[in-house]
Design a protein around this ligand. Structure first.
Ligand code: ADP
Ligand code: NI
Length: 207
């Protein structure tokens, strides 16, 4: 089977699995991560075929997204075997995706794992990262913001400070670090404007 056909089959499988997600982990997230992973793999001289597949399947066995990770693992194994991937490739893919979650703060043990984790984190930054954060917050009925004076704040803006703004420092590959810098700056720009609007600081300048 040609590499292109394998990728196409995996894309079809994932698109079906994540069709109904509303927490920012939909099929488009998998698509963006797969593309970013491929890009990083080429620049980091890593196996782009194994990387791209790992990108597509990276959230498949996450306990947060499935009630039965074991069943997902078995199904994924069957798919990869049917697509005639080697044992070595299959092991590399599983190793990479077991360590991907940034919620659990695991450190990838392989280069493929590092690349997948970097790509997943890049998708939590920049304009798309902002959109995903508010979409996730909405799905959990969280407020957008509560103002600086509020403590024990569960808002999505607070999530920027708790997690998103730390991600830049946690990138593994040089290529991802460079992309992260730009997306990180965009979060700051967004937060600055957000606060100016929230505290009504600029309106006087327009009348
Ligand atoms: P992982 O799947 O790596 O564990 P998460 O599920 O924690 O990652 O995060 C995936 C996406 O959901 C990110 O875009 C992140 O910003 C968003 N997200 C996670 N937790 C929150 C939260 N408390 N508020 C807003 N967005 C969140
Ligand atoms: Ni993900």
């Amino acid at each position: 089977m040609k590499e292109k056909e394998v990728i196409h089959e995996i894309e079809k499988y994932i698109t079906k699995k994540f069709a109904f997600d509303t927490t920012g982990h939909n099929a488009e997230h998998m698509y963006r991560v797969a593309k970013m992973v491929k890009f990083l793999a080429i620049h980091e001289e890593s196996d782009h075929f194994v990387c791209e597949i790992s990108g597509w399947v990276h959230d498949l066995i996450d306990e947060k997204l499935t009630d039965n990770p074991e069943r997902e693992k078995q199904q994924m194994l069957q798919l990869l075997q049917k697509l005639q991937l080697s044992q070595q490739q299959i092991v590399a893919i599983f190793e990479a995706i077991i360590t991907v979650s940034f919620r659990k703060q695991k450190t990838p043990t392989t280069k493929v794992g590092q690349i997948v984790q970097d790509a997943d984190r890049l998708d939590a930054l920049g304009a798309i990262g902002i959109a995903r954060a508010f979409s996730y917050g909405g799905s959990k009925h969280r407020p957008i913001y509560k103002g600086e004076e509020r403590t024990d704040d569960q808002s999505t803006v607070q999530h920027f400070y708790d997690k998103l703004l730390q991600l830049k420092e946690q990138m593994h590959t040089t290529t991802a670090k460079k992309i992260a810098n730009d997306r990180h700056e965009f979060l700051h720009t967004f937060l600055e404007q957000f606060k100016r609007e929230w505290y009504f600081l600029d309106e006087g300048n327009f009348v």
